[in-house]
Design a protein around this ligand. Structure first.
Ligand code: AMP
Length: 200
């Protein structure tokens, strides 16, 4: 199993690059934001709780989010996947520790964290544009401001955490989408043994 976290601020391109990496390496995609939006659309209890945080640009509490992730991981129908790409999880140090334990209990580990680094004005521009094109409910100016504040306070410290673990791959996430995918691939191949063998 080859497990990657795709990491970065909201609007940094995690979803877009995840799609590319899934195709390239045959990974199963777990996006916690998508899982929660699906619950909101279906009107489940979890969806109602999640909506009350997401609409304000706040994070879902760690204990709930960790339980959701564990459930999603165990109900992964894609048993033939080469591994998992985690998109939007972890977002706090507590979640990062939980992910490590969760993978260890399943005889696996996290191999790499791809950190998409994008200047703040570009993040805002992308989210405003996405809100305009898709109508995504939390891509409004006020919520965007709050999401970036929460990112800096709770999620950005994970960069140092993963640098300390020797897993962090800093990627310039500004520019051409294909060029960014290539730089992720090159960076991963340099440090992850066997990866160049599973790409296609
Ligand atoms: P995303 O699609 O990853 O930008 O997530 C959208 C929203 O879902 C976030 O702004 C949070 O409110 C919530 N969310 C997604 N993943 C997590 C997580 N790992 N921890 C807490 N909240 C999350």
């Amino acid at each position: 199993m080859f497990n990657i976290v795709i990491f970065g601020a909201p609007g940094s391109g995690k979803g877009t690059q995840s799609d590319r990496l899934i195709e390239r390496y045959g990974l199963h995609h777990i996006s916690t934001g998508e899982v929660l939006r699906d619950h909101i659309a279906r009107g489940t209890d979890l969806g109602k709780t999640a909506d009350s945080y997401i609409s304000k640009g706040q994070l879902i509490p760690d204990d709930l989010m960790i339980r959701v992730l564990e459930h999603v991981l165990d109900s992964n129908p894609d048993k033939t996947a080469a591994g998992v790409i985690f998109d939007g999880f972890p977002r706090t140090i507590e979640q990062a520790r939980a992910l490590k334990d969760m993978l260890a209990r399943r005889g696996s580990e996290l191999h790499a964290v791809v950190g998409l680094e994008v200047p703040e004005d570009e993040l805002v521009r992308r989210m405003v544009e996405r809100g305009r094109l898709t109508g995504r409910a939390d891509d409004t100016p006020e919520t965007i401001k709050n999401r970036l504040k929460v990112y800096h306070a709770s999620t950005a410290p994970l960069r140092d955490y993963y640098v300390g673990e020797g897993k962090y791959h800093a990627i310039d996430g500004n520019g051409d989408v294909d060029a960014i995918t290539e730089s992720i691939h090159r960076s991963l191949c340099e440090r992850v043994p066997g990866l160049s063998g599973i790409n296609n």
